[in-house]
Design a protein around this ligand. Structure first.
Ligand code: PEP
Length: 251
């Protein structure tokens, strides 16, 4: 099956409001056809960025969320609030949330279920740390993090995206080779086929994330199981982000 590539920018805790709006406008103006592009700015700029990309094909995303609908959860943001601002996709399980902020797997799983249940696109991030790769535990870690998703709940493959992001490649400038990425993505797709079924696995998009740049994006996205990218550092400049998005467009 031909899966449409999806390239999403995770801006993390970066930009001022003015920079966020300028970047969003430039991305919206330059996004090519044939590939899906999305941007996930900091929460506080979602409204302004949403207005900047309104009417374009660029999807608005959020970097995190809380799973409850409302109530006494000081500092948290609900899915309903994000939907109000036009958010279409939400990240869960990003390595910085798992390993820096120490978000436990149970919480990641609850957030993932809530995002899907409320009708949004889930981008569920998985990936091994360097010591886990060195100990040949890459597949085991990916399997465990995919197990955070319940196959009985996630029935529409169009609203599930897995972002394979080896932790050792995130923000380090050390990208996985095309072969390393393809090996992990092929495993992930096989495991999804086992837990769901072959046609579901065939339709699910698997993004690669970890120091993807305009000069390595084409090689990575040419791999049969790499269906786009989740981009950190290179998403903060319109030229480099759009260079990656263009590398995912059909030739
Ligand atoms: C990320 O944070 O999801 C990421 C892939 O970052 P970078 O592109 O900077 O490695």
């Amino acid at each position: 099956m031909a899966r449409r590539k999806f390239v999403a920018g995770n801006w993390k805790m970066n930009t001022t409001k003015a920079q966020a709006v300028d970047l969003a406008k430039a991305v919206a103006a330059g996004a090519p056809a044939g590939v899906e592009a999305g941007i996930a700015p900091p929460f506080v700029y979602l409204d302004a960025v949403g207005q900047a990309v309104a009417g374009s094909s660029v999807l608005l995303g959020a970097q995190d969320v809380y799973f409850e609908n409302d109530g006494a959860f000081t500092g948290e943001i609900s899915i309903g609030m994000l939907k109000d601002l036009g958010v279409r996709f939400i990240l869960t399980g990003h390595s910085e949330r798992r390993h820096v902020i120490k978000e436990p797997a149970e919480l990641v799983a609850k957030k993932a279920s809530a995002v899907y249940s409320k009708g949004l696109i889930l981008v569920h991030c998985i990936g091994e740390k360097l010591e886990e790769r060195d100990a040949n535990k890459t597949f085991e870690v990916c399997q465990k993090q995919i197990d955070e998703l319940d196959p009985a709940l996630f029935t529409d493959p169009a609203r599930l995206v897995i972002a394979y992001e080896p932790v050792w490649a995130i923000g380090t400038g050390r990208t996985a080779s095309d072969a390393q990425a393809q090996e992990a993505h092929a495993f992930i797709r096989q495991y999804i086929a086992k837990r769901w079924n072959a046609s579901f696995a065939d339709a699910v998009r698997i993004q690669y994330g970890g120091s993807m740049k305009p000069d390595n994006a084409a090689g990575l996205m040419a791999q049969p199981d790499v269906d786009g990218g989740l981009i950190g550092g290179a998403a903060l400049k319109a030229d480099s982000f759009l260079g990656i998005v263009r590398a995912g467009a059909p030739s």
